[in-house]
Design a protein around this ligand. Sequence first.
Ligand code: 5RP
Length: 236
Amino acid sequence: MPADLSPIDKAKFVAAKRAVDLIEDRMTVGLGTGSTAAWMVRCLAERVREEGLRVTGVPTSRRTAELARQLGVPITTLDDAKWLDMTIDGADEFDPALNLIKGGGAALLQEKIVATASDQMVVIADAAKEVTQLGAFPLPVEVIPFGWQTTKALVEEMLVAMDVMNRDVTLRMNGEAPLVTDEANYILDLHLKRIGNPRQLAMVLNQIPGVVENGLFIDICDIVVIGHGDGRVVLR
Ligand code: 5RP
């Protein structure tokens, strides 16, 4: 373990390391995005270097692709791989049913496509990501830039129709300009505080024209590897 890690980084590191131990020789693995996923890429690079593990990674963002390249993890595209043995990725929240909120790092679209194309999705998270009900973390929704204000209004109307109490919707910014995703879209963050029915919300959101995908991952995650600041790891 790298020296002098803060408890939060230690939690992320131990979760990432345990998940990387699940990777077998010749597997094709989806590489998630975010600070926890970055630890996973580092741990994977170590196994490639030191054990000669033969693995092909499918990155879920430009950032992750760049890190994998720098560290010598072989990568390919999803179109080339077509189907993956496993995806390992972080999450912003997970609930007791292993439903997730993702997209804090604005990579939810590629993350959902890659995870869905995998035999198994393994989530790596520090213990603070565990919740009894999703929604304290603002729900990211990726929308196309064309007419985004109309799409935002339609999302707000839908929240009213669903009797959602807290329904503040904000455009994610990058300084003075809207944040632009790897797929050249924008992100709306839905500040809902509590999501009563994540499955229904995920379906309804994706019916709205202009919405590309939402950050609710329902029935996609198979295992959560939870890291703690004292180095303990728990599997759910
Ligand atoms: C990126 C994601 C990340 O996996 C999620 O935001 C967790 O990030 P971190 O590991 O940095 O807390 O969904 O779109």
